[in-house]
Design a protein around this ligand. Structure first.
Ligand SMILES: Cc1cc2nc3c(=O)[nH]c(=O)nc-3n(C[C@H](O)[C@H](O)[C@H](O)COP(=O)(O)O)c2cc1C
Ligand SMILES: O=C(O)C(=O)c1ccccc1
Length: 414
């Protein structure tokens, strides 16, 4: 995969002509009188989405747990660090390539798994998967998506895709195996297992609207189950009828299958290892102890994440636990980060504190809501353009930990 922002040969040469950057494209278009159709102010996307979406759909994406303390902490944590620039660093625009699991990725960002995307835009996950492929950014498909594993793979084409598992209990291991084998056949490279959502959090915005996407008449978010041969067969055997004959029951049972309200234990990881041929990443890690368990159980990566503050209220900021986790296990598995990332500088800080890849959550959902595939592309290009310039202006020549590490940050609160 090659960078769309600058060619590799240009990337470290001071003598090269001005490389291609998104801002140049935008300013050139401006010369011809073409104004961008979506703002570059990344904090505005949320407000515009609020105006566009129904109260229920907006409440769903914006929603966080309880009084939103974890969500607030996530965002405040970035402000506690400042980036200190170095001067006379002889380099051009930075090399944004990152390496994980022995592979090179064009960019150090990926689209976080987000379910039920058809409540935000009719094209849902297929639009997001196309945007990801166009921008050479990895897409992580959620088990709670509103499109099937195979349809999203088709939309994503030769793009890079990972599969996120909401993990059914052991009594439904046959369903898990079916999902994993479908994902593998459809070209998903990495398995991301979410550990913080065996049940959905206490979310006042959804409670006030009495809104759960699965339980609505249009049953958005159950496609993965409804398209699964093993789930279909089990439903038929249990109820003596097909899913289509009782969609309400089938949707509620699928929701219970992937959000059973009971957690697995560490020993169960072995089952996934036996049935997934590729890297496994545990999403939702917030302590050094759990990160060390992940190493002990032989997984290849973790996502330091608190689900964007949507699950547990009163929690610590995900960014605040990143440095200690990176210190403890950063040389033993791959560290990915999410929760609260909103702009290029946030990405710089998370990478400097030990992440190899940063997941973008709500911002791209706002882009999807506003303009479908084009909106997601705009959000990605904006974040990458902002990241590119921020690194360059900070005198950081690549996202490799050799250049981008804690030495570029200072605490602003001490
Ligand atoms: C509407 C919505 C749906 C989500 N669905 C999933 C999901 O299906 N699986 C998952 O692992 N995480 C899910 N997440 C969490 C994201 O993957 C990610 O951890 C979170 O959005 C990061 O926080 P941020 O939005 O503050 O950047 C969802 C988040 C949102 C906003
Ligand atoms: O809302 C979420 O955070 C989430 O993980 C989810 C749960 C169910 C359906 C879609 C997304």
């Amino acid at each position: 995969m090659s960078s769309q922002y600058h060619s590799k040969s240009d990337s470290n040469s001071v003598a090269s002509p001005t490389p291609y950057t998104y801002e140049n494209e935008v300013y050139q278009a401006g010369l011809k009188g073409q104004k961008p159709s979506l703002t570059f102010n990344c904090l505005e996307w949320e407000k515009l989405a609020k105006d566009k979406l129904s109260a229920e759909a907006y409440g769903y994406v914006w929603g966080s747990a309880g009084i939103r303390d974890t969500d607030d902490n996530n965002k405040k944590a970035f402000k506690k660090w400042g980036i200190v620039p170095s001067r006379l660093v002889e380099s051009g625009l930075p090399d944004l390539k990152t390496s994980l699991f022995g592979e090179t990725y064009d960019y150090p960002i990926a689209l976080a798994p987000v379910g039920v995307q058809r409540i935000f835009h009719l094209d849902g996950e297929t639009a997001t998967a196309k945007a990801a492929q166009q921008e050479h950014v990895t897409y992580i498909l959620s088990t709670a998506s509103a499109s099937s594993i195979e349809d999203v793979a088709e939309a994503n084409g030769n793009g890079c895709r990972w599969f996120q598992l909401y993990w059914p209990l052991n009594e439904n291991n046959d369903i898990t195996v079916s999902l994993l084998s479908r994902a593998k056949s459809a070209g998903y490279k990495v398995l991301v297992v979410t550990l913080d959502t065996y049940i959905l959090g206490w979310r006042p915005s959804d409670l006030d609207n009495g809104y759960s996407p699965f339980l609505r008449p249009d049953n958005i978010g159950v496609e993965m189950g409804f398209s699964d041969p093993v789930y279909r067969r089990k439903f038929q055997e249990k109820h003596g009828k097909a899913i289509e004959e009782d969609i309400g029951t089938a949707a509620a049972e699928w929701a219970h299958t992937i959000f059973p309200g009971i957690s697995h234990g560490w020993e169960d990881i072995k089952f996934l290892q036996d049935h997934w041929d590729g890297p496994i990443v545990l999403k939702g890690i917030q302590t050094v102890a759990d990160a060390e368990k992940a190493v002990e159980y032989g997984v290849q990566g973790i996502v330091v994440s608190n689900h964007g503050g949507r699950q547990q209220d009163g929690g610590i900021a995900s960014l605040d636990v990143l440095p200690e986790i990176a210190d403890a296990v950063g040389d033993k598995l791959e560290i990915i980060f999410d929760s609260g990332v909103r702009c290029g500088a946030d990405i710089v800080k998370a990478l400097a504190l030990g992440a190899k890849m940063v997941l973008i959550g709500r911002p791209y959902v706002y882009g999807l809501a506003l303009q479908g595939e084009a909106g997601v592309r705009h959000v990605l290009k904006s974040l990458l353009g902002d990241l590119d310039l921020n690194l360059h202006l900070s005198g950081i020549s690549s996202v490799s930990p050799r250049h981008l590490n804690r030495s570029v940050l200072r605490r602003t609160d001490s």
